[in-house]
Design a protein around this ligand. Structure first.
Ligand code: PLP
Length: 300
């Protein structure tokens, strides 16, 4: 599915105004950084988070990568794409039994040359590596690209917009790596707001803080917009995503950016943002995961 390097093109990233009927009053401006535009299905956020891991591998002369993820993982998908484009071989260690039919995510990964190894959920939780890797030289990329290298990579997103011009930067949060990268780039008068996709993951504050250049900074994480949890969504979220698309022409994903846009809309309705706010939403990609929905669920 990915045939040449031109398929992934960060030059396509742009900032677009988001106009929501009735919500841009009170002199509030909303823009969205469309990192989803780098590729139709490779997640922008994951692509940037991978960059310094790839640099490290190259510097150490390592040609093989190993990483972890689930059957619908944006990280597995983007890692396979990055490995293919930069001539690394890669093993994806996948959570759980192999299903009779591979998910489109794993089919893509396979067709981009990733070796897939399925391990039990228990082995996955313990991040056990298959024995066949014992005598191979490889770079291990943490699940979701979490780590300081990932945060540095995510910070590159701000090169594609005038990030300093915003009073608030809102992003979706999984591991917290992107949020940490954005906080590391933010100025003292800016507020980075993270919308967690997970239910009650109260370790997130610590996970974000561990990646901050200035550990005195307090992450502002909102935990009320998970729609049942990381892998969950509700008819209300689907309705919202379709409405948001009708109003803005912007497609969102069910795991991260749909929840982010729902949260920001809810906050606007509650007058959370003071008049004069200039808000940047990060569209981090993830659209490939929508393929887990029944056809016709989304109008885009
Ligand atoms: C992984 C992902 C996130 C979350 O990023 P973290 O750095 O793990 O917090 C947000 N949006 C999309 C589309 C993602 O794929």
């Amino acid at each position: 599915m990915l045939t040449n390097k031109e398929d992934i093109n960060p030059e396509r990233i742009k900032t677009v105004p988001v106009v929501l009927p009735g919500l841009n009053n009170r002199n509030i401006r909303i823009d969205m950084l469309r990192t989803d535009l780098i590729h139709p299905v490779v997640s922008g956020n994951k692509w940037f988070k991978l960059q310094y891991y790839l640099t490290a591998a190259r510097e150490q002369g390592i040609r093989h990568l190993v990483t972890f993820g689930g059957a619908w993982s944006n990280h597995i998908h983007a890692s396979a794409a990055a490995a293919a484009l930069y001539d690394f071989s890669i093993t994806g260690i996948i959570r759980g039994e192999q299903a009779p039919l591979l998910s489109p995510t794993l089919q893509d990964a396979l067709s981009m040359g990733m070796e897939l190894r399925f391990i039990s959920r228990t082995a996955y939780r313990n991040k056990e590596l298959p024995a066949e890797l014992n005598n191979r030289n490889f770079l291990l990329i943490p699940e979701g690209g979490y780590g300081t290298a990932g945060a540095r990579g995510a910070a590159l997103l701000t090169d594609y917009c005038t990030a300093h011009a915003y009073t608030h930067i809102c992003c979706a949060v999984g591991t917290g790596t992107m949020m940490a990268g954005l906080m590391n780039q933010s100025g003292p008068m800016q507020q980075v707001i993270g919308i967690s996709s997970q239910k009650n993951n109260l370790n997130l504050e610590k996970a974000v803080t561990a990646l901050l250049k200035n550990p005195q900074q307090q992450p502002l994480l909102l935990h009320d917009y998970h729609f049942g949890g990381y892998a969950s969504h509700t008819p209300e979220l689907i309705r919202f995503m379709n409405l948001f698309y009708e109003q803005t022409g912007i497609p969102t994903d069910i795991v991260y950016t749909g929840k982010l846009c729902f949260a920001v809309t809810a906050l606007l309705e509650k007058n959370y943002f003071p008049p004069g706010s200039n808000i940047l939403l990060i569209h981090s990609g993830g659209l490939q995961g929508n393929r887990s929905l029944q056809k016709g669920t989304l109008i885009f």
